[in-house]
Design a protein around this ligand. Structure first.
Ligand code: G3P
Length: 215
């Protein structure tokens, strides 16, 4: 399973990229707004690190605007995936962009039937938002458990990108469900790495090593 960071913070991305566990980055308008920086400048910096998949979202709500924004974003770097919302206009734009060879990440997906439509119009990724479903008292992960077999049934190439991830259990359950990708905040990815017993064990080994005679 590929692990993506859901952030527009270049410093966070650089830190995980340096560790070598990062497969991609997803951004959205809210995450970009938090940085207070020019969108395209941020995207260029992320792509310059060599991150192979960088999702950048259009903000137009009608198909022509989505197409022009999508084409502009795609032209920035070959690593760019254009994020398009799951609306009728978005489905139409995705079909056109996909036919032009642009990889589209269909976002704001909350049902398996929406995911089916994303695959039918040729989206490269589908982004179901599981945390936001959990927030509404609906088990978000059940949606992933529906989408994965539906895609398998028909041999769709669209990858399931689990979004709105809030904690490591979401990542674990997404992996068990066979999702292709999980995108998560920096804090969640950090928690995947850390374990108190690792720290304790290392400290004990180093302390014991002091007692070993040194030639
Ligand atoms: O980037 C889309 C998604 O991951 C947003 O997550 O936490 O705002 O629901 P969240």
């Amino acid at each position: 399973m590929k692990l993506f960071l859901d952030t527009a913070s270049v410093s966070e991305i650089r830190r995980m990229w340096d560790v070598g566990i990062l497969d991609g980055v997803t951004t959205n308008p809210s995450l970009v707004a938090k940085e207070g920086r020019l969108f395209e400048e941020v995207l260029r910096e992320i792509c310059a690190l060599g991150v192979p998949s960088v999702s950048a979202e259009v903000v137009a709500t009608e198909t022509p605007g989505m197409l022009s924004e999508g084409r502009r974003l795609r032209a920035l770097d070959p690593a760019i995936y254009v994020k398009v919302p799951m609306t009728p206009a978005g489905l139409k734009a995705t079909k056109v962009l996909a036919s032009e060879g642009t990889r589209v990440n269909m976002t704001l997906v909350f049902s398996a039937t929406q995911a089916l439509l994303a695959a039918k119009v040729g989206a490269a990724y589908v982004s179901p938002f599981i945390g936001r479903l959990d927030d509404q008292s609906q088990v978000g992960m059940d949606l992933i458990r529906e989408i994965v077999p539906i895609y398998r049934n028909y041999g769709f190439k669209t990858e399931v990108l689990v979004a709105s991830v809030r904690h490591p259990i979401h990542v674990l359950e997404a992996a068990k469900a066979g999702a292709d990708i999980a995108t998560m905040p920096f804090s969640v990815m950090e928690k995947l790495v850390q374990h108190p017993l690792t720290d304790l064990g290392l400290a004990r080994f180093l302390k014991d090593w002091e007692k070993v005679p040194k030639g």
